[in-house]
Design a protein around this ligand. Structure first.
Ligand code: ADP
Ligand code: AMP
Length: 214
């Protein structure tokens, strides 16, 4: 099963993608997480990506597409995957389609998690990310057991630099300009499914499982 998560930054793509990956035993592939791991390890790719990410801009398509194509070659992708944060532009979606077509495959579901911009600012301002394992929390909606400490690995939780309000505004603009057109793209491909992302995260997941079971 090949699934794409669509939606604004902070809509809950990662939260739902992790649940989907666990239930269907497929890898959760987040391009944002891959970039953050590269930044942490101070790789050349990480240094390049950081200059864009810090400003809330998209990393150039060529860098992202090469990275994801390499990831698809890994053995765990044999039975599909759930993509979180990729594709984010029409050229990225076209590159994905071409790569899949070459192996006789296609995207099965593009799940758009719909959340209005007003809610996004609060979602991202309250998001906390673990510096160790990358797990995410929300101070109000999904708090850790102990404030600022990861339940899973015990390391520190931080507010991501790009979740600060001034950057969030730019990320939302970038989303509307460059990523939202993918909704029509996948609608035309007949694989778009929309869910109400303002519901409780467990209810959003129930709606997604309903869609994937049909
Ligand atoms: P994305 O991957 O789309 O950027 P996340 O999954 O990281 O978004 O979610 C953004 C923030 O909102 C996180 O702090 C997460 O815990 C919280 N969150 C996710 N889904 C919901 C929901 N349905 N209701 C309330 N908060 C949510
Ligand atoms: P995310 O963790 O998905 O919110 O991504 C964080 C940041 O990483 C984005 O704001 C972009 O700067 C960069 N990024 C992640 N995925 C992509 C992508 N598919 N295309 C371009 N930039 C990306």
């Amino acid at each position: 099963m090949k699934i794409i998560m669509l939606g604004a930054p902070g809509a809950g793509k990662g939260t739902q993608a992790k649940k989907i990956a666990a239930k269907y035993d497929i890898p959760h592939i987040s391009t944002g997480d891959i970039f953050r791991a590269n930044i942490k390890n101070n790789t050349e790719l990480g240094q390049k990506a950081k200059t864009y990410m810090d400003k809330g801009e998209l990393v150039p398509d060529s860098l992202v597409v090469d990275l994801i194509m390499d990831r698809f070659k890994e053995a765990d992708c044999a039975n599909g995957y759930v993509l979180d944060g990729f594709p984010r532009t029409i050229p990225q979606a076209e590159a994905l389609d071409e790569a899949l077509k070459a192996s006789g495959a296609k995207v099965d579901f593009a799940i758009d998690v719909e959340v209005p911009d007003e809610n996004i600012i609060n979602r991202m301002g309250g998001r906390r990310a673990c510096v160790g394992c990358g797990a995410t929390y929300h101070v109000e909606f999904n708090p850790p057991k102990q404030a600022d400490v990861c339940d899973t690995c015990g390391q520190k939780l931080i507010l991501r630099d790009d979740d600060k309000p001034e950057t969030v505004k730019n990320r939302l603009n970038v989303y509307h300009e460059q990523t939202q057109p993918l909704i029509d793209y996948y609608q035309n491909a007949g694989v778009l499914k929309q869910v109400d992302g303002t519901k409780d995260m467990n209810d959003v997941f129930t709606d997604i499982v309903d869609i994937l079971s049909k």
